[in-house]
Design a protein around this ligand. Structure first.
Ligand code: ATP
Length: 446
């Protein structure tokens, strides 16, 4: 067989249909009509997202000796959000159409003269501030004293714990603190599937560095490290850009900033932001709490406020990117010259929810079924495996569509000489491999 990859970009309709059909992502509470801005990850999606988070965690925490792990609570003291500026300034400008009642973010509109949905002139209201933090109440009374917020970012949990963490883990700058966790934002216009949602997961690294003049070098190193990560996991380089923010695009306290962006079917969208945040965050919490969050340098016998380099990545957006970036449709020509289409997700083997599919050639032959089950069980400790049975063409089609890199077929020859067929997803080439060698064969390739 030969393949002829078509470069046509996938549409969001194709992605959402595949996500539902194969169990990657479902609309939340679908049986009640859904709820805007919330999604559920199905059996394969849950593994895919976990793999994305694990890939980040492995790189940022486990393969380094200068970053420690952290996991803070979602609800924090309300003053946290006063100090961070979220209570006063975490707003989007909201505009309503008086005619069709649709809502828009003012900064997403090219003009305020005409409603982009119903087309009526002069029906849009003046932009007004809308705070994006979700509120809840702690305890039985719902009054202003019990008001609390679901965190809109995970970073603040790290800042307020800076001293606890560096003292207990005996760290000194330069060192980092990493955490992955849920964040909530009451987005005015959630949309583009899981790109803009109201409940999402962030992976944040806060890297604290001494104020000895090397801060920009650390920032540059993190930008390079993050570039490497995306390329290691096979994200197409022509659909990824590292956009350096100009001075007017950055907050006043930030010395440098880069947005990592992917070219989605609707255009460029942010996956991650990398920022040099100066001492802004620690200063703000010291001021409001009255507590010291400086670092005491034993050698110099002096204290200073470390400078912060931040990398903040959205795990739902990265998972969606992996799904879109992996998506390929191909025209396959078989030996007789007959053409057919196949959809294949070319996931990196570490990201693929299923790494090895194992099937018997015929499901009504107990010897084949039993051998296939045995092989699948024996591989389980080493790879994410799945046993399946049915029509051979459909089995391959299903595994291609969920991005399984290798499929093992147990056939009659297997019963005679103990070999199986291993098919590789992208080239569709097949190798005959002895059962004893399967583990090594896959180990080298996964
Ligand atoms: P945007 O401009 O798209 O609203 P942002 O600049 O407000 O994003 P940050 O505050 O920098 O985002 O958050 C860091 C990361 O968290 C983003 O790069 C993104 O991947 C993720 N993120 C932020 N808001 C959402 C959301 N509503 N849904 C999904 N992911 C989000």
């Amino acid at each position: 067989m030969s393949t002829n990859a078509t470069a046509a970009p996938v549409t969001m309709e194709e992605i959402t249909a595949l996500a539902k059909r194969r169990g990657f992502i479902f609309q939340s509470s679908e049986i009640y009509g859904g709820i805007g801005g919330f999604f559920d990850y199905g059996p394969l999606g849950a593994i895919l997202k976990r793999n994305v988070k694990d890939a980040w965690w492995r790189e940022i925490v486990e393969l380094r000796d200068d970053v420690v792990a952290f996991d803070s609570s979602i609800i924090m003291h309300p003053n946290t959000w006063v100090a961070s500026g979220h209570v006063n300034a975490f707003h989007d400008k909201l505009v309503d159409c008086r005619n069709c009642k649709h809502r828009f973010r003012a900064d997403h509109l090219s003009s305020l003269d005409k409603c982009p949905d119903c087309g009526m002139k002069d029906t849009l209201t003046e932009p007004r501030n809308f705070n994006l933090m979700m509120q809840t109440a702690i305890g039985p009374m719902e009054d202003s004293a019990s008001r609390a917020y679901l965190r809109p970012e995970t970073a603040q949990g790290i800042f307020v714990n800076f001293k606890n963490i560096y003292q207990s883990s005996r760290r000194r700058p330069p060192f980092g603190i990493a955490q992955i966790g849920k964040s909530f934002r009451n987005e005015i216009t959630p949309g583009n599937f899981t790109f803009r949602v109201r409940e999402f997961e962030q992976a944040e690294l806060e890297y604290f560095v001494p104020n000895d003049g090397n801060d920009v070098r650390y920032y540059d190193e993190w930008v390079t490290a993050r570039k490497r990560w995306y390329s290691d996991y096979g994200i197409r380089q022509d659909r990824l850009r590292f956009y350096e923010l100009t001075e007017s695009e950055r907050p006043h306290y930030a010395k440098a900033g880069t947005d990592v962006e992917y070219l989605f079917p609707w255009g460029w969208g942010e996956l991650e932001s990398i920022a040099h945040r100066g001492t802004y965050d620690l200063d703000a919490h010291m001021k409001l709490s009255g507590k010291d969050l400086t670092y005491f340098d034993e050698a110099a016998k002096s204290k200073y406020t470390p400078i912060l380099i931040e990398s903040s990545a959205g795990m739902d957006r990265t998972t969606l990117t992996m799904l879109i970036d992996a998506y390929n449709t191909e025209t396959i020509t078989d030996e007789s010259g007959k053409e057919s289409k196949r959809v294949v997700l070319r996931f990196h083997p570490k990201i693929a929810p299923v790494q090895v599919g194992v099937f018997p050639l015929a499901r009504n032959k107990p010897e084949l079924v039993e051998r296939a089950h045995e092989i699948e069980r024996s591989l389980r400790p080493f790879a994410r495996t799945q046993y399946d049975e049915g029509n051979v063409g459909q089995l391959y089609r299903r595994q291609d569509e969920i991005g399984t890199p290798y499929c093992i077929m147990v056939d009659y020859q297997s019963l005679e000489d103990g070999t199986v067929t291993v098919r590789e997803r992208d080239s569709m080439s097949q190798d005959r491999v002895g059962e004893q060698k399967i583990r090594d064969y896959l180990g080298e390739r996964l």
